[in-house]
Design a protein around this ligand. Sequence first.
Ligand code: NJP
Length: 229
Amino acid sequence: MDDKVFLITGASSGIGEATAVAAAAAGYRLVLAARSDDRLQALVDKLGGGDHAIAVRCDVTEWEDQVATVQAALDAFGRLDVVFANAGFGAPRGFLESDVDHWKAMVLTNVYGAALTIRAALPAVRETQGHVLLTGSVAGRRALPGSLYSATKWAVTAMGEALRLECNDSGVRVTLIEPGAVDTPFFDNKPTIRALDPEDVADAVMFAVGRPPHVDVNEILLRPTEQSS
Ligand code: NJP
């Protein structure tokens, strides 16, 4: 029960999966949450099996799933030190594009889902004076034409700062991870520039988590070198 425990939403793919691999290499126990339990189970096996990681089927828009995920972490490993609210997805740009059901799912996942992750995990993270990280975006720091996705990530930026202010006296650290284009299944088509690899974003996460307790890295914004805006 002494090893630190790292919970990741959206762990079945992309940035979440790469961060799980990096965190396991750094000695953390992993709690892997997403809806694709087959992919999560394959990652558990890759990380060395149930002593090292557990898979929890979790739709982040469902409060009961989020509560059960945190409970599973405590039951398996007895503590929770790092929570990475990373699950999310995009939508085609244009306020006449996509469809309203996709919009609704995106807003619920990217904004409400991240808030539910914080709400479910915060009591346990306060106990360990742990760390909450949120995947925001470059798109959460500047508006993109016709992008409701960008608006969801502005909300995540605000959520991270709001949480940091709330946790200020508690020893809990809060970090916004704000990537530009990352080569993951997030995109239907591969980026045309040399995008970031998911491992590049995982490195940023592990940098923030690895600072000493008195250092709170509030934001890391990282773009591919070829990305202009
Ligand atoms: O994408 P992808 P990324 N409940 O598609 C999960 C942000 N971002 O790694 O449930 C639970 O490989 C999904 O799992 P599943 C982006 O906005 C990206 O690039 O099994 N989980 C999968 O594990 C997002 O916040 C770029 O389908 C749900 C994961 O989310 C984060 O990075 C740039 C879920 C998505 O993995 C990770 O995206 C940027 C739900 N309801 C920000 N819905 C970029 N790639 O360029 C989805 O600035 N998931």
